[in-house]
Design a protein around this ligand. Structure first.
Ligand SMILES: Nc1nc2c(c(=O)[nH]1)N[C@H]1C(S)=C(S)[C@@H](COP(=O)(O)O)O[C@H]1N2
Ligand SMILES: [Mo]
Length: 515
């Protein structure tokens, strides 16, 4: 029985510790909750090849996979601690506390330094250790008692065998379960009430000095099953290293531009709102997007141009990168060369709403034509003019490029799956955000001639463009390939290259089964 119960006591103690630690983290910073902080650090540590393998295997689920691994590891260690605690109480209790210390260490190596960051994990370790000790002691048999019958003094004394006080033990276990459940539920609820949610809901966005006309119908290829030209916020791909989405209230937000500048500039959210606003249709894309993949989205962004602020600060000629930092410590390197031509933006609105929290509320960067990892800092709080030599950014030290303009590329979206023979429509997306837009799209069927596809309207050279083609499909298996030509007449390359270090190349080639 004990063989079964003791490991469970260990797991229960760990849960109680984590629950109380997470509750403490609601105030000290949700990112420092014991499990989440270990997962965050675990995500940052592995060398580039491991990270790349994880991303290509698990995609955007990678963070959940890491959290699951941390939880499984904690359960295993806690069960072990529970099972040894009966014979060696100190060992079990120390194991619990050491789990907490692991969390505290993970917190200390997070890039954002807060002296209180290790506190939730320390609290978790202490609570888990105390609960384990308490439950083990409660389930120890009481000393044997000797009863001497009073009515017959000559009779031999009766020895009452040691027993466990079941009632007290069960009360103890029940109490711990109730407390842990209450702490877990409160931490969840308080977290969901996080101030950033309220702050975002109350944000009133200014209008652009020259609002864009509504998106014309002509940008949409007249083909069933095509993705919408504007990606709805709820469908927009999300990529970041944040296990816990940073919660920033707009009234607490500031942006500092410093480093190799004439005079550092710091602005508040209200000051940002009073700057001239522009609206832009810009497609952003992840460098980790494989050919044909969907880590790409197009939105109508509202923001203020970054260049005037950089000019106000006065960037030194010696600086070659802008190192932008998010409130969670993630860093991004943007090449200064050619930056002004791209119209970099500090963005506050996305498709007519305040930025969604997971897309960077209250303020993020968007720089047309550069992959997200070197341009699109969410929850941005600092932009430092510096050099690549002095300060490599998050992905730079993990083997990715420092200058990575979006490569001209294209994708086949329809048809998907099996289709009936006869008149069929092919359709998809093409983009050349760093190549003056898309001037042509060509389709190749079964290795034949490249044929021109029809093009929907191009709303902006830095937004994607839809294409389609009518095709008389005969029964059988067919291979369809697509390639884009940019605004400078350069044809997308068919050379096959993986995503690291600066973006995948090759044609999107699909097999279509016609019946
Ligand atoms: N703070 C922060 N900003 C970030 C990242 C990140 O990990 N942390 N990832 C970048 C990457 S790699 C991409 S592709 C884009 C994705 O933006 P989205 O999630 O809004 O689509 O955000 C960029 N901004
Ligand atoms: Mo990315």
């Amino acid at each position: 029985m004990r063989r079964l119960v003791d490991p469970l006591l260990g797991v229960l103690a760990a849960w109680a510790g984590i629950a109380v630690g997470s509750l403490v983290a609601v105030w000290l910073g949700p990112a420092y909750a014991p499990v989440e902080v270990v997962a965050s650090t675990a995500i940052d540590i592995p060398p580039a090849p491991v990270k790349e393998w994880a991303t290509s295997t698990f995609g955007t689920a990678t963070k959940s996979v890491v959290v699951a691994i941390v939880v499984i590891a904690v359960v295993a260690i806690a069960a072990w601690a529970g099972s040894v605690a009966r014979q060696r109480l100190a060992t079990g209790v120390w194991a619990m506390f050491i789990l907490g210390l692991i969390g505290a260490t993970a917190a200390l190596v997070r890039p954002v330094d807060s002296a209180l960051a290790p506190a939730p994990s320390i609290v978790a370790g202490l609570v888990a250790a105390a609960v384990l000790a308490g439950l083990i002691l409660l389930s120890e048999p009481r000393a044997p008692t000797v009863v001497i019958p009073v009515d017959d003094l000559d009779a031999p004394p009766v020895v009452v065998e040691p027993t466990v006080d079941r009632r007290n033990f069960l009360l103890g276990v029940g109490g711990v379960i109730v407390l842990a459940a209450a702490a877990t539920a409160s931490a969840r609820w308080l977290g969901s009430q996080a101030s950033a949610v309220a702050s975002r809901l109350s944000a009133v966005l200014p209008t652009a000095a020259q609002p864009l006309p509504p998106v014309p119908a002509g940008v949409q290829a007249p083909v069933a099953g095509m993705p919408p030209f504007i990606t709805p916020n709820s469908d927009f791909y999300r990529i970041d290293t944040a296990v816990v989405v940073p919660q920033v209230q707009s009234q607490d937000w500031t942006l500092t531009i410093d480093g190799l500048v004439g005079s550092p500039v710091t602005i508040t959210y209200d000051e940002l709102l009073s700057m001239p606003m522009v609206e832009r249709d810009v497609t952003i894309m992840c460098v980790s997007n494989p050919v044909g993949g969907d880590y790409i989205g197009n939105a109508r962004w509202l923001g203020t141009p970054l260049m005037p602020l950089l000019e106000r600060a006065g960037i030194d000629a010696g600086a070659d990168q802008l190192l932008s930092t998010s409130v969670d410590g993630w860093t991004c390197s943007t090449p200064i060369e050619g930056l002004a031509d791209r119209e970099p933006l500090l963005v506050i609105g996305m498709n007519g709403e305040a930025l969604p929290i997971e897309h960077g509320f209250p303020v993020r960067m968007v720089i047309p034509g550069l992959y997200g990892f070197i341009s699109a800092t969410k929850w941005v709080t600092r932009i430092e003019a510096t050099t690549y030599a002095a300060q490599p950014a998050y992905w730079t030290v993990r083997g990715w490029a420092t200058d990575a303009p979006v490569l001209t590329s294209s994708r086949i979206d329809v048809p998907g799956g099996e289709i009936a023979a006869g008149a069929v429509q092919l359709g998809g997306l093409a983009w050349a955000m760093d190549g003056d837009g898309v001037s042509a799209v060509e389709v190749q069927i079964d290795g034949g001639e490249w044929q021109s596809a029809q093009l929907a309207e191009q709303l902006s050279p830095v937004a994607w463009r839809q294409w389609w083609m009518d095709w008389d499909a005969s029964p059988g298996e067919h291979t369809v390939a697509v390639r884009a030509v940019n605004g400078r007449g350069e044809v997308q390359t068919g050379d096959i290259r993986d995503v690291i270090p600066d973006g995948a190349t090759g044609y999107d080639i699909r097999t279509v089964t016609v019946v």
